[in-house]
Design a protein around this ligand. Structure first.
Ligand SMILES: Cc1cc2nc3c(=O)[nH]c(=O)nc-3n(C[C@H](O)[C@H](O)[C@H](O)COP(=O)(O)OP(=O)(O)OC[C@H]3O[C@@H](n4cnc5c(N)ncnc54)[C@H](O)[C@@H]3O)c2cc1C
Ligand SMILES: NC(=O)C1=CN([C@@H]2O[C@H](COP(=O)(O)OP(=O)(O)OC[C@H]3O[C@@H](n4cnc5c(N)ncnc54)[C@H](OP(=O)(O)O)[C@@H]3O)[C@@H](O)[C@H]2O)C=CC1
Ligand SMILES: CC(C)=CCC[C@@H](C)[C@H]1CC[C@@]2(C)C3=C(CC[C@]12C)[C@@]1(C)CC[C@H](O)C(C)(C)[C@@H]1CC3
Length: 498
């Protein structure tokens, strides 16, 4: 009976998703779009920021006045967040509401945008592009928020030049446990500035951030190079990630241990009209499927609108949507219902139920391992033996030698690679806890890091071995965080899921 129910839930989830969640997602998007537009037109955002900060200060002060016994977290419901986590820890904590969702200012002379933490990447990239600007690093799922990307982390295909999302940030406005508001930069309160990323809001709440912007062009010139041996791939990928005059974007998809497609791209305003491909149109094939065709067709090049490029994996949630709507890439489906895609991750999460959550936990491996680039060849072999999931998302990034939880083992910046696995392991006898722990141990051995939106099965000691806690512990002490916020491990460790 249990099995039958599971089968129905898994195999027919698409009925619910197509007929209920897709229309709902579209309505939600339209509302969000209209709200953003209206707020900006009324010019009210910056003024309201100060009012909102005052209200947040009031909440923190009230918490203190009441004895400050229960540690705090943000009041954002767990189902809204872009992770597998349900955020059950929130029920036991004191929630502070941070209704901060506006782009406050675009200062083109300083090349800085000032934003509130709930601003999403979809919202920010559209807002900036309409002015001819962009963030240097645009993590691509539309619903990722600035707050989540700063207090967690973000990576994209330009990260081999600019680093992680935190590395393009110039200042953070934070509220601390005593209710005071501080602004930190690398020169003013540097310890605080460097300890915020990856701390998951356990030092203070982010109120706004200043982020660098760069001029945008209308298209990217994208070149695809298929490779048919692992050695050839590693050689070309390493070269493109580390060369002195790099392309602006570098990414690869591995479709098998020996079959990969390397992609390099540059922004341009002069596309060759015969080679324009507007991959963002709703009826276009899912991007990773399109990329796979170059293994057959050979090297190729295209001009893709910049906005379409930034959000190229959004419509198929990388390759996760195939498990929810198996015929989602079918031509007929795309022409009829493609314009409603993708369903909102938050709505999927809200409606998934315990059975589906458990099935995902047992049968899906969704992890990003951030390892030094020179370990990539070995890692592909280890991953093939342990989980065997394809495609693998490969994205090089420069890890700056900054203080904080995450930095290279050497004293200077080092090229790392994000190895993303999002699918059903094809090995026999996969066991989630055992095999994830194996991969985590491997990741630690290379000097790498696990992205913490995913399930982490590490013990606290293992967690402290992977993430440098020196500065973090010092700041927790100095800012009286111990009773004010949970320890980062208690927020992101596997047990918080349940
Ligand atoms: C594919 C796509 C996805 C989108 N997703 C979302 C989403 O998820 N959430 C959401 O809220 N919106 C979203 N939007 C809307 C987006 O944020 C803007 O509201 C939209 O670009 C308005 O453009 P316009 O050309 O109609 O207005 P215009 O009048 O041309 O103004 C452009 C926009 O730029 C912004 N802007 C202009 N100057 C400044 C300034 N000095 N400081 C700050 N901002 C400024 C404003 O937001 C304004 O709405 C999306 C848009 C697109 C095309
Ligand atoms: N391309 C990429 O780089 C991708 C990145 N991701 C990951 O997704 C996550 C982002 O998802 P998103 O839904 O935006 O964020 P979440 O709501 O999941 O937030 C992530 C963490 O940041 C904390 N946080 C968020 N806002 C604030 C704030 N204003 N002040 C203090 N702490 C805050 C949250 O604390 P609390 O629990 O108290 O709310 C939480 O611990 C990141 O961890 C990122 O690594 C996922 C997919 C792709
Ligand atoms: C660094 C990069 C590029 C990471 C990409 C990660 C994505 C593939 C992840 C982020 C959020 C994510 C874990 C999610 C899911 C799939 C994989 C996602 C989209 C889904 C939609 C799978 C189905 C599940 O029932 C559920 C709805 C809970 C989750 C939600 C989060």
């Amino acid at each position: 009976m249990g099995n039958l129910l599971e089968n129905i839930l898994i195999n027919y989830r698409w009925i619910f998703v197509c007929f209920f969640l897709l229309p709902l997602s579209t309505i939600y998007n339209v509302w969000f779009y209209a709200r953003n537009w209206l707020i900006f037109k009324l010019g009210s955002a910056p003024k309201q920021h100060n009012l909102r900060v005052r209200d947040i200060q009031r909440q923190v002060k009230e918490w203190r006045a009441a004895g400050g016994k229960t540690p705090m977290c943000t009041g954002r419901p767990g189902w809204l967040t872009m992770s597998l986590r349900l955020g059950q820890y929130k029920k036991k904590l004191h929630q502070i509401y941070l209704p901060l969702m506006d782009v406050l200012d675009i200062d083109t002379s300083r090349q800085i945008v000032r934003v509130e933490p709930l601003v999403t990447m979809g919202q920010l990239s559209a807002t900036l592009l309409s002015q001819g600007w962009t963030l240097p690093v645009v993590p691509e799922l539309d619903d990722l928020t600035v707050g989540g990307l700063i207090n967690g982390t973000g990576v994209e295909t330009s990260s081999h030049i600019y680093g992680l999302f935190q590395h393009i940030c110039v200042s953070y406005e934070l509220i601390l446990s005593d209710g005071s508001v501080v602004t930190c930069t690398k020169d003013n309160e540097p310890d605080l500035f460097y300890s915020v990323p990856w701390a998951h809001g356990t030092l203070g709440f982010l109120l706004s951030a200043e982020i660098r912007i760069i001029p945008a062009k209308k298209f990217v010139h994208l070149q695809y190079t298929p490779t048919y041996t692992l050695d050839d791939f590693i050689k070309k990928f390493t070269y493109e990630s580390t060369r002195k005059d790099p392309h602006q974007f570098v990414e690869a998809l591995a479709f098998g241990p020996d079959r990969s497609v390397l992609m390099v791209a540059d922004m341009t305003d002069q596309p060759d009209p015969k080679k324009i491909n507007k991959i963002g149109h709703y009826y276009k094939p899912w991007f990773y499927k399109h990329v796979e065709t170059f293994l057959r067709k050979g090297p190729s090049e295209e001009y893709i609108p910049l906005q379409d490029y930034f959000h190229r994996h959004t419509r198929s949630l990388f390759w996760q949507l195939q498990y929810i709507i198996p015929f989602g890439n079918n031509q007929l489906f795309r022409y009829f219902l493609g314009w409603l895609m993708p369903p909102k991750v938050s709505l999927l999460k809200l409606t998934q139920g315990e059975t589906i959550r458990k099935l995902y936990e047992e049968h899906q491996f969704i992890q990003d391992l951030m390892i030094p680039l020179n370990s990539l060849k070995e890692a592909i072999g280890v991953l093939h033996d342990t989980v065997k999931i394809y495609p693998i998302w490969l994205c090089p990034f420069l890890l700056h030698a900054d203080p904080g939880m995450v930095h290279p083992q050497q004293d200077s910046g080092q090229m790392y690679v994000d190895v993303g696995l999002y699918g059903e392991p094809q090995v026999m006898g996969y066991q989630a806890a055992r095999d994830t722990r194996k991969m985590e141990a491997y990741c630690r051995k290379t000097g790498g890091f696990q992205m913490l939106y995913a399930d982490s099965y590490m013990t606290k000691d293992e967690f402290c071995e992977m993430f440098d806690h020196q500065l973090y512990d010092k700041m927790r002490e100095q800012l009286n965080c111990k009773s004010a916020f949970p320890h980062v491990y208690d927020k992101v460790g596997r047990k918080t899921l349940l």
